[in-house]
Design a protein around this ligand. Sequence first.
Ligand SMILES: CC(C)(COP(=O)(O)OP(=O)(O)OC[C@H]1O[C@@H](n2cnc3c(N)ncnc32)[C@H](O)[C@@H]1OP(=O)(O)O)[C@@H](O)C(=O)NCCC(=O)NCCS
Length: 182
Amino acid sequence: MGGIIIRRATPADVVGIAHVWRSSRPDHANLADALELDGLPACYPVTLVAVQGDGETVGWLDGTVESRGLADELNPNGIPAPHAFVSEIDVHPKHRRKGIGRALFHTLVALADEAGVILIGLRAQEDEDLAHRQAFFRSVGLALLDGTGWVGDVRTLARKSKSAVDIACVSSMANGLIGEER
Ligand SMILES: CC(C)(COP(=O)(O)OP(=O)(O)OC[C@H]1O[C@@H](n2cnc3c(N)ncnc32)[C@H](O)[C@@H]1OP(=O)(O)O)[C@@H](O)C(=O)NCCC(=O)NCCS
């Protein structure tokens, strides 16, 4: 994933995010339109973008590191709140299988680890793409919790990501930069 930076999104990123979202999930085009009109969603306070050196947005992730409200949804087996949660993750189809999705996910893991959160989870949408999603979730270290719920231990994943994913985590996020390829 040469020359790609993972950073927090700014309001100016909505056009690039909407483009990635529409290309990745045509069934979510209406949601991408709404995001472009309304701005970054407030309910998921962590929005990350993967941006190429030429400024093109190639991926994004929406989630939170301290999800309390969503605990019941992802909690059929008693996952304690708070836990980090991925609401949406998309990589532009032209840029898949280069490690961008993994880097976005592990950047959220690093933020959750910094915040002292123990668990991270997500719920996979069930459609014809479920099999590739499941392969991705397994590959980043999540375990299937029930039919569509996935969960992982933040500390274990954070340790793994330090060796498995070559991103430099910058604790001081004054400039918005979170991780980049070394
Ligand atoms: C899921 C998604 C975000 C993965 O992004 P990505 O950048 O292509 O993923 P990565 O390159 O980081 O893949 C990491 C690993 O996941 C697995 N993986 C990813 N896509 C896969 C696929 N289509 N089939 C099988 N395994 C896959 C592989 O093990 C891969 O490692 P490898 O390439 O070394 O074999 C991307 O395919 C996507 O945007 N899909 C549509 C949106 C979506 O379904 N999002 C999830 C919402 S619940």
